[in-house]
Design a protein around this ligand. Structure first.
Ligand code: RB5
Length: 146
C-alpha cells in the first residue's frame, strides 16, 4: 500500500507545495493536499492545524511549508502529539527522523531551493526512527519530570 503523506502550506509556500506534491505522487506516495488551492494570501496557522489533525488521526507523516518554515513549525508544535522539525539541510531531515521521530517536516520556500527541498522531503519520509534511548527522551516531552 502506498505511504500516505499529508501536506499543506500558506501562500508563501504554495509554489513549493505544488512541486513537492507532484514529485511525491511521481514517487508513488499517497498525497493528501490540505490546501490552499491557490497562492492567494492566507493564514498559515489554519493550514498547520488542518495538516496536524490529519497526521494525528491517520498516524502518518506531514509536510508544512510557509515562507520561512518558522511560523508553520511554531503553530504545529503547539499541538500535542506533533513533533514538527524545520529542516534546511539533509543532516536535519535525517537526524530528526532518527532521533526525534518527527512526524511533520517544515520547509521555508523563501529559504530552501526547490531541488534541496524535494530531497529533504524524500529523506524525511524514508528515514526510520531509531527508538531506544530516543523514545525515552521523547516520552519526557509531556512529562512533569522534564
Ligand atoms: C507570510 O508572509 C510569512 O510570514 C509566512 O509564510 C511565514 O514565513 C511565517 O512564518
Amino acid at each position: 500500500m502506498a505511504k500516505q503523506v499529508i501536506i499543506g502550506s500558506d501562500h508563501a509556500g504554495f509554489s513549493l507545495k505544488e512541486l513537492i506534491v507532484a514529485e511525491l505522487i511521481k514517487g508513488g506516495y499517497d498525497v493528501h493536499d490540505m490546501g490552499p488551492a491557490t497562492a492567494e494570501s492566507c493564514d498559515y496557522p489554519l493550514f498547520a492545524q488542518k495538516v496536524c489533525e490529519k497526521v494525528l488521526q491517520d498516524d502518518v507523516q506531514g509536510i508544512l511549508i510557509c515562507g520561512t518554515g518558522i511560523g508553520m513549525s511554531m503553530a504545529a508544535n503547539r499541538i500535542s502529539g506533533i513533533r514538527a522539525a524545520l529542516c534546511t539541510n539533509e543532516f536535519h531531515a535525517k537526524a530528526t527522523r532518527q532521533h526525534n521521530n518527527a512526524n511533520v517536516l517544515c520547509l521555508g520556500e523563501r529559504v530552501t531551493g526547490p531541488g534541496v527541498a524535494i530531497e529533504l522531503a524524500k529523506l524525511f519520509l524514508e528515514t526510520k526512527f531509531e527508538g531506544g534511548r530516543h523514545q525515552r527522551r521523547i516520552d519526557l516531552f509531556d512529562s512533569s519530570k522534564a
